[in-house]
Write a protein that binds this ligand. Structure first.
Ligand SMILES: [Zn+2]
Ligand SMILES: [Zn+2]
Length: 319
């Protein structure tokens, strides 16, 4: 019986099924994403964020949406209220290699449409998060190491963690009071929104950027973390969909990647649909100057927040 046409077909089906299974092995269910509330640590920990600080009095959504299931510790990303609108902007994003430095300039306006902000009282999202801020052009200059190296030990993630190739900035997974920002905050269909000084930002890698693939299936570069390491999309070396459990505590790993036209074995972060979405801590060193540069002007009259992890740090103002 082995070798008969039926067996061959069954074997092929089995192989295809196994391949399919392995490709999906670590895929996550967008309707039951882990709610990151309380997933804060004071040391590197997979699936958690080691945040430098949170601000218990900071702004954020005023009401939990029905997509959040606190008892189960999950939320349904597909049912989340989305801030409506199709506002287009004039981005001005440039990146240049200058010796050992990679220099970015950006007005922070994204290369994709955004929702209408402030959130309109007629918008369903307003019921949960009355974000009163408007998107405002910024003047961002960031200089990162072109060829970053690992720090002696990982460090906590400040509030602002990187810049995406859309031209807009990436904050960490938390809202100002330290909850899962992607679960709670009203964001537009590109997962962005403005904070108190008008900085349009994401808390996860936007789905409005194509997750393109390299030969072999690994995602292409989608942005840079403030330690200079690259942020790639959600697909790993074999083209498999990654989740946080496939990555180290800082949300990255090392293998050969394309880097400025060469192939090098290098650390890099990955985007995943599950908490903490992007950088969970920093693998390399970063400067507070760059954190400030992408956080926007400091807020007026706010508390300083409570450092987590003992070394203070600096977070983005509000939201
Ligand atoms: Zn990778
Ligand atoms: Zn935010």
């Amino acid at each position: 019986m082995p070798g008969g046409p039926a067996m061959t077909r069954a074997t092929v089906f089995a192989c295809v099924f196994l391949l399919f299974q392995s490709a999906l092995a670590h895929d996550v269910d967008l309707t039951k994403l882990p709610l990151g509330d309380g997933h804060l640590s004071s040391a590197p920990q997979v699936g958690y964020i080691w945040a430098c600080r949170v601000d218990p009095g900071g702004g954020g959504a005023q009401l939990d949406g029905p997509w959040i299931n606190k008892a189960a510790g999950t939320y349904d990303f597909t049912k989340k209220a989305v801030v409506s609108g199709q506002v287009t902007w004039r981005p001005n994003f440039k990146m240049a290699l200058n010796g050992a430095a990679r220099v970015f300039t950006s007005n922070d306006l994204p290369n994709h449409p955004t929702g209408n902000f402030p959130v309109s009282p007629t918008d369903e999202a307003y019921r949960y998060d009355r974000n009163p801020n408007s998107i405002r052009e910024q003047s961002v200059t960031v200089t990162l190491p072109a060829n970053p190296v690992a720090a002696a030990a990982p460090t906590c993630a400040p509030g602002a963690v990187g810049i995406l190739l859309t031209g807009s900035v990436l904050f960490n997974a938390l809202d100002a009071p330290g909850r899962d920002a992607v679960a709670h905050e009203a964001q537009d269909s590109c997962q962005g929104h403005p904070q108190i000084s008008g900085v349009y930002h994401y808390h996860s890698v936007t789905t409005c950027m194509d997750d393109k693939r390299l030969p072999g299936g690994h995602s292409t570069l989608v942005g840079y973390a403030l330690d200079g390491f690259g942020i790639f999309g959600r697909f790993g070396e074999k083209g498999e969909a990654l989740s946080s459990s496939d990555l180290d505590a800082c949300h990255g790993h090392s293998h050969a990647i394309p880097w400025d036209g060469k192939t090098v074995v290098m650390y890099h972060y990955h985007a995943t649909p599950d908490f903490p979405y992007s950088v969970g801590c920093f693998h390399g060193s970063y400067s507070l100057e760059n954190v400030r540069a992408i956080s926007g002007p400091p807020p007026q009259g706010r508390g300083r927040g409570q450092p987590i992890g003992g070394n203070g740090g600096f977070g983005p103002p509000g939201r």
